[in-house]
Design a protein around this ligand. Structure first.
Ligand code: NCD
Length: 354
């Protein structure tokens, strides 16, 4: 079992700081790293659409002197012939030194990690987590806010399905962030993340109107309504276009606010806002290359073995989350961590009462 990046929670703060510090150094002097991954191969396995994540991983590896293989459309791979995740990962990890994988099923990164013979990076597992976007966001905050401590962060849009938001919250709780959760009732943050914030003593409030919150924020993190996670087009239509950041709303914001967005933008930020010097989402996408360069170096330097993360229970129940990979790939062992009366699925973090 290799050291993987499934969830940044498994990274201690000193390790996180080490990766961020190197990303900052790469940003200052990229040439010094031009041969850091020479002779290494990164496989990018993208079972879901991507522009930035996939291309920034590829760019990162190429700029470090390494090479890449992979697919961006599983229909062009043996997945189209019915190959399961276990077999694909087992084989590809023999070809590559590192794997970055994105998959629409929640918990798929944890599942892939069980079979990967090389370190594996979660590049997005359904609506669950997206840890390398969080590394990107943290580098951006360091560059444009000068640090991570004590920021008031507004998260606006699809907080239910937005994996970037879920990962960001889990990590920023360590740095004393205050959150304002701006969403409709239908797209509020999952309860497990509110519990997480409460348990880590992190303060948050929920509100509906962006204009009511924008004036108090250091960072506004806009997100797209995640159309592909809705059960019906009607439900999506009901939720879209509720939020649009425009010049009018920007007038209420502080002069030192920064606006972030993991991108792609659909209609939640007016194009004219791009000209506002507080809009930093394109710079953020560039920070993603430095963050991923640093992560690739770190993972190749520190490829130590770890014990199996599986916790099989006797009489294990099934995970109640229909989007969890264990309900789609039947060979996967169910695995739960027990917390009092509650069982937490090790793949997707769904909770159930024992
Ligand atoms: C995000 C994602 O894929 O979760 N995009 C990205 O990686 N930069 C956000 C989104 O798709 O809305």
């Amino acid at each position: 079992m290799h050291r993987h990046l499934i969830d940044l929670e498994s990274y201690s703060t000193p390790v996180l700081e080490r990766i961020l510090a190197r990303a900052m150094d790469i940003r200052r002097a990229p040439q010094a790293y031009a041969h850091a991954c020479e002779g290494k191969i990164l496989a990018t396995l993208f079972y879901e659409p991507s522009t930035r994540t996939q291309m920034s991983f590829q760019t990162a590896m190429l700029r470090l002197g390494g090479r890449t293989i992979g697919f961006d459309n599983p229909l062009n791979s043996s997945v189209a012939k019915g190959e399961n995740l276990k077999d694909t990962i087992t084989v590809v990890s023999g070809y590559a030194d590192l794997i970055a994988m994105r998959n629409p099923l929640e918990g798929s990164a944890f599942a892939a990690g069980l079979y990967a013979g090389c370190p594996l990076i979660n590049a997005g597992d359904g609506g669950h987590l997206h840890p390398t976007q969080t590394l990107t966001d943290l580098v951006t905050l360091k560059v444009y806010k000068g640090g991570l401590q004590g920021l008031t962060i507004g998260l606006c849009g699809d907080l239910k399905n937005g994996r970037t938001v879920h990962s960001l919250i889990k990590t920023m709780c360590r740095f004393g962030a205050k959150f304002v959760l701006i969403s409709t009732r239908g797209l509020t943050l999952p309860q497990y993340l509110k519990d997480f914030m409460n348990a880590s003593g992190c303060s948050f409030r929920e509100c509906f109107r962006l204009e009511d919150a924008i004036g108090e924020l250091d960072v506004l993190y806009m997100t797209r309504i995640q159309r592909e996670r809705f059960d019906s087009p009607e439900q999506y239509e009901k939720e879209r276009r509720v939020y649009c950041l425009d010049r009018q709303k920007m007038k209420r914001a502080r002069q030192n606010l920064i606006v972030l967005h993991p991108l792609p933008r659909v209609d939640e930020i007016e194009i004219a806002v791009d000209e506002d010097e507080r809009a930093k989402y394109f710079e953020q996408a560039m920070c993603g290359v430095y963050a991923r360069m640093s992560l690739l170096i770190d993972m190749l330097e520190n490829d130590r073995e770890e014990p199996s993360p599986i916790h099989p229970l006797s009489m294990a129940p099934a995970c109640p989350n229909a989007r969890c990979i264990v309900n789609h790939e039947p060979y996967l062992p169910c695995s739960f961590t027990q917390a009092g009366d509650i069982l937490i699925c090790d793949y997707c973090e769904e909770r159930l009462l024992r």
